[in-house]
Each structure stands twice: as C-alpha cells, then as structure tokens.
Design a protein around this ligand. Structure first.
Ligand SMILES: [Mg+2]
Length: 227
C-alpha cells in the first residue's frame, strides 16, 4: 500500500496558501506560485539547482513575475518567513489517522511516496506523527524521480518487498498519482476530495472522495479484482 503525502494526508494547499498570503499579503497568485514551484522542482530533479538554494531562487522568480526584482538575500529572508508560517500551519485531514490505523491493523506494509523536493518533507512527516505508520518514505528530490515516473513507484514496492501488481497507490493528483500508478502496473486510486466529477474515469483508475472510503474499496473491489 502506497500513499501520497501533500493534499492526501496533509492539508498542504490550505497551509501553503496561508503562508503565501503571509509573505505577499494575499494568495491571489496561488496558481502562479504553484507553477513556478513545479518548474523549480523539475529543475532540482534535473540537477540544475541545489536543494539548499532552490526555494530561495524560486521565491525570487515568483516576485520577479509580479514585477518586483529582489536580491537573493531579500528573497531568502521572505522565504524563511514563509516557511515559518507554513510549518506552523501543517494539519492532517481528519480521515487520515483512522485510515492509517486501519491499514496497519490489516497488516499492510505502507509506503509514503511524495513529489516534494527534499528533507523538509521528512521533517513534516515526523512533526505530524506520520512516520510511525510507514515502513518506507520516498521523496522525489532524494530518489531522483518524481511521480508519474514508474521509477519511484517501483522503488517503493521494492522497499516494501511487494509486487507492483499487488499494490495500491492513493493520491490527490489524477495524472501523477492514479494514472502514474496504473501505468507502473499498480492499482491507481484517485483521492478527489472535491467529490465525484462529471464524466468517466480513465480506464483502470478508481476514485474515492475521502480516505474513509479506502478500507471498503480495498476489501470489496480490489480484492475481487485480483481474485
Ligand atoms: Mg499530493
């Protein structure tokens, strides 16, 4: 069993929006922030940027996109303030601990598979009391591959000693998590916390709107599918 972290276990978007608002004065440019962050995470994975400086360079690029040219020192100062606000706002979704307790009681080995860039993700996982539930934690910035790349899913299953075909991955991003896992040969489950959407799901992908639905999905549908 494999689980994404941000916006699957941790209400990342709410805390990250609040931290952005603390730095800028509002979160109106959230989409721009996400796009610039994703771009810089990709450059980190490609070896073009170092982890230590990536977030500061990202924040300077964000302000530059808003028309404000900052020194790297000033961008670093603002970024550190943002990170302080961010860390004080980390919260688990209320359905997380009951689900993890159920999975552990069911005896399923558990992996956390995150597309985060670096070690701050391990700090977050420990600070929120999540580390005790997981047999392995994979961070894209450490593995050198990010979802939907099958390498990170494959590495997770190797760490757990399970086969891809017997393993479920759940995450909030349809493409990176559910379709990526499916294409790697796993059972891909999309956690769509916004609830059911119009139209059919991609072939082989299942959807849930809460982690409270996961035990039933595992017991009923997926055990029947693999029987
Ligand atoms: Mg996520």
């Amino acid at each position: 069993m494999s689980l994404d972290v941000d916006d699957t276990l941790v209400d990342y978007s709410t805390s990250s929006r609040a931290a952005l608002a603390a730095m800028v004065g509002n979160a109106d440019n959230w989409t721009l922030w996400q796009r610039i962050t994703d771009d810089h995470c990709s450059r980190l994975l490609a070896g073009e940027l170092e982890y230590e400086s990536m977030r500061n360079i990202r924040t300077r690029a964000f302000f530059a996109a808003l028309g404000e040219e900052l020194s790297l020192a000033e961008a670093t100062r603002r970024e550190l303030h943002r990170q302080e606000v961010l860390a004080s706002g980390w919260r688990l979704f209320p359905d997380v601990v009951p689900c993890l307790e159920w999975l552990r009681a069911a005896g399923l080995p558990l992996a956390a598979v995150s597309n985060a860039s670096g070690r701050h993700q391990r700090v977050k996982i420990a600070a929120l009391g999540l580390a005790q539930y997981f047999d392995t934690v994979l961070i894209a910035g450490e593995v050198g591959a990010a979802k939907p790349d099958r390498v990170i899913f494959d590495t997770a299953c190797q760490d757990l000693g399970v086969s891809l075909g017997d393993t479920v991955h759940v995450g909030d991003r349809l493409h990176a998590d559910a379709i990526g896992a499916r294409d790697a040969g796993m059972h891909g489950v999309w956690l769509n916390r916004q609830g059911p959407r119009e139209g059919a799901l991609p072939t082989g992908v299942r959807a849930i709107s809460s982690l409270a639905e996961l035990p039933e999905l595992l017991v009923c549908e997926l055990s029947a599918a693999s029987a």
